[in-house]
Design a protein around this ligand. Structure first.
Ligand SMILES: NC(=O)c1ccc[n+]([C@@H]2O[C@H](COP(=O)([O-])OP(=O)(O)OC[C@H]3O[C@@H](n4cnc5c(N)ncnc54)[C@H](OP(=O)(O)O)[C@@H]3O)[C@@H](O)[C@H]2O)c1
Length: 272
């Protein structure tokens, strides 16, 4: 069946890999991010390789009306979306008072507000057509409080709980909602956050197996997916209460991001 997938944050990392694997499955694509050149190059490559149609919508998802602009872009092109991949996102880390408030504001706009707004824009059309799927990209960081990643971790807890709730609301109405909770993945995420110490567990995987596991989980109509046995174990075996104790243990694990590292200057520049 002909299908169109819209992927936010498709210019890099997991989003570009979602685009590649979905194109290989024959989905037409709508690629959304700020980096128009990179999106255009990816769209050209995937069209040449797989014969799919790939549209580019350049949009800063931190803008308050970002989702309605994306919806206008879809309407202008006469497109409806069967699979929404809410993937765009970034993190900040360090002591809360040292992180730029404006940067954290933008983080919430991209990781949380744009994700909810896009779902509002696209879910009604899916319901009308009686089918559709949504993949929301959360994180392993969403399973517990994350000191020194306080805003990032909380944004991903939101995404996880939002996704699980929507899944229950819509599972009998033809809509699949899957939440992806990856551990560390080798992408530009760590350049943006400013330190590879943000990969708290140390071991990283690549986007390819993470996206493959996610698309398999979507086929099987799972509620959430944690690619990687060690990541799944950590997410499921970590005690949930008492919550203050969980936060205290998390602080001992995450405090290593405070140690100055060779790449710390990038973080300072980005949060300035
Ligand atoms: N890598 C990891 O270890 C890891 C682990 C758990 C969860 N995640 C989550 O996975 C998702 C994808 O991240 P990634 O690892 O693939 O990192 P990435 O390579 O840095 O990709 C981030 C994507 O988000 C887009 N984006 C960022 N700010 C944006 C904005 N204001 N407007 C529009 N698009 C924006 C970027 O595009 P432009 O810069 O072109 O706008 C880029 O395409 C994120 O939600 C992240 O939180 C990553």
């Amino acid at each position: 069946m002909h299908s169109t997938a819209l992927i936010t944050g498709a210019s890099s990392g997991l989003g570009a890999e979602f685009a590649a694997q979905l194109a290989a499955q024959g989905h037409d694509l709508v690629l959304v991010a700020r980096s128009g050149d990179r999106l255009a190059a990816l769209a050209g490559r995937l069209t040449a390789e797989h014969g799919v149609r790939a549209h580019v919508l350049v949009q800063d998802l931190a803008e308050p009306d970002a989702a309605s602009r994306v919806a206008d872009g879809l309407a202008d092109r006469g497109l409806s979306v069967d699979l929404l991949v809410n993937n765009a996102g970034f993190g900040t880390c360090g002591r809360f008072e040292e992180i730029s408030g404006a940067r954290d504001h933008d983080q919430l706009m991209v990781n949380v507000v744009a994700l909810v707004d896009l779902t509002h824009e696209l879910l009604p059309g899916m319901l009308e057509r009686g089918r559709g799927s949504i993949i929301n990209v959360a994180s392993n960081a969403g399973f517990q409080p994350s000191p020194y990643f306080a805003v990032y971790g909380a944004s991903k807890s939101f995404v996880l709980n939002f996704g699980l709730a929507l899944r229950q609301e819509y599972r009998k109405r033809g809509i699949r909602v899957l939440t992806l909770c990856p551990g560390p993945v080798e992408t530009a995420f760590f350049d943006t956050i400013g330190t590879r110490r943000a990969a708290v567990t140390g071991s990283m995987t690549t986007p390819e197996p993470v996206v493959r596991a996610t698309l398999r989980a979507l086929e099987r109509d799972r509620g959430y997916v944690i690619p990687g046995f060690g990541n799944a174990l950590a997410a499921h075996l970590t005690p949930r209460r008492p919550r203050t104790m969980v936060a205290a243990i998390a602080e001992r694990i995450t405090r290593k991001v405070l140690v100055p590292s060779a790449d710390a200057s990038t973080q300072r520049e980005r949060t300035a």
